[in-house]
Every structure is written in C-alpha cells, then in structure tokens.
Design a protein around this ligand. Sequence first.
Ligand SMILES: [Zn+2]
Ligand SMILES: [Zn+2]
Length: 332
Amino acid sequence: MHAWIVDRPGPIATDPLRRVERADPLPGPGQVRVQVTCCGVCRTDLHLAEGDLPARRHGVTPGHEVVGRVDALGPGASRFAPGQRIGVPWLGGTDGTCRYCRRGAENLCVAPTFTGWDVDGGYADACLVDEAYAFALPEEVGDEQAAPLLCAGIIGYRALLAADVPPGGRLGIYGFGGSAHLTAQVALHEGLRVHVLTRGAANQELARRLGVDSVGGPTDAPPEQLDGAILFAPAGELVPLALRALDRGGTLAVAGIWLSDVPALAYERELFYERRLRSVTANTRADAEQFLQLAARFGVRATTTPYPMADADRALRDLAAGAFSGAAVLHN
Ligand SMILES: [Zn+2]
Ligand SMILES: [Zn+2]
C-alpha cells in the first residue's frame, strides 16, 4: 500500500512528508484494519510535519480523522463487522489505569497513544485501530462530511463545553477554520449568540453564511461582552485580547494542541473579576460519542475541500497558506 510519512520535519515548503510503499499492516489483538476512504487534514498534522510538535516516532504516518471500512479483524476483535464503516480519531489508546483514567478524564491519561503521532494514521491506503477507540459513524453523514467531525468537530465540542457559556449566553470564537466552523453550528443550534473574530475574507464569509451574530477581525472587540470564548487560532498574542472581551466570570478556552507564546498578562485588565483561562487537551470517548450524535441530530455540515490522497503534501501547504476555508479532506 501507499502511505505518507513524516520524513524530515521542517517548514512545509521544504516537503517534510514523503510517500512510500509498504506492506499492509496486520491487526494485533483487539485491533481492526481499516481501508481508508477519506482522511481529514487537521492543523495538528501541519504542526507535526513542521516540527512544532516533536515527532514521537520517526516516519510516522499522519492523519487522525479517518473514515474507512473494516477489512480485517485482529485476535479477539469483535466490536465491528468486516465491511462496517468506522471512524478513527486522535485518541488511539489510554492505559485505563492511571488516576486520570480512573476518574473519567482519559483525555489526560499519562500514557496515551495518539493516532498519526504515536501510531500510523490515515494518510495511507489502510491503518490499524484499537477497536475500543474507534467509532461507528451516523449513517446520515457521508464519508467526506464525517472525516472533519472526528478531530476538528470533537475537539471543538470539548472546547465549547470548556468555555462554559450559560444557555442563551454570548460566545466568542477566535479563528475560524475546520474546527471553529463546526463548533459554531453546534453553538447556534444550542441557542447561543455567536461572535466570530478571524482573519481571512473566506473565513469571515463562511461565518456569515452560517448565520453567526457578528463577524470581525481577529483583534477587533466583539460588539458585546462574552460569557465564554474559544481560541482556535494558534496565536498566543490573541489571549490578552480575548480575555479583555470576557465579561466577569467568563472563560477563555484554548482549543489548539499548539499555541505561540502568550504575552504577559495584566492582572486587572485581563484576569481579575474571576475570568478564567484554560486549555483543552484531547478528548474523552464520551465527548466524541456525544458530539457525533449531536452533529447528526443538528445536521452539522462541514465545509470541505477534497484532495486526492496522493496530494496530501499540497493539502498541507494550502492549509499553511490559508488557501481554503473549512476543512481539507483526502480521498483514496
Ligand atoms: Zn490513563
Ligand atoms: Zn486533529
């Protein structure tokens, strides 16, 4: 089969990914093999390719928004039938025994396995997954539509929960790409007022089309104070601005796995009145199950740009350049 690997991490213009030929992987105990139909392109893949995220294994195959069909079962695997369509997400495994796992916070596990970082992901013809960490996908969602839900959607949903906006409250969204445009739809369906602050005419236009309450530039002040905000842009310099936009008691949740340095904060202007700044780290399987159900029920639609799997490097270059709005999806 063909697989992309992170060969020499570095700026995307230096072609850090390489496409190689390798044997089909064989599923081990509890694993299934998935013939990849589609794989979404996540900003994390770009951080990995460029070396912002240090490689956990040389030559790993990226991709953790994988949609495909089960074609081989490892010993003891019984959750899915051959031919069944499943999704493979970022969280690929946990130890199940550490104190975080035991208290239901498996997203904080001390020994997690991530798809496309520790183990090979979906920028390939096939990949393996521990069946306990894969998801059945709602039938009403097509393959290309389902892919971005599997990381962008799930993480955005966890960030929305983290931003802790009361019913009918005011949510700010900083940055408007693959994750944000899914999260905004859930927030609007839940009856929140949504203010989007982002660069890029295409991103702003996408936000308007989705019917958000206001759209501004990344450094603009929203038209009203916010009960909660989510920072999707990997730009630490926006943290003080977003904190200043919060009402008393509001929470700013940082959704990304990587953020440039946060400048010094002014306590009085940016943190006092019980404003909170928190990060969002991966997700639990429960978050994912909840989000996938909501996405199907609300008819959450990803704006997608398809690329052939053979052009994964071009898709990442386009992501770096902000050349499309919404989410890129690779197709086999
Ligand atoms: Zn654990
Ligand atoms: Zn991701």
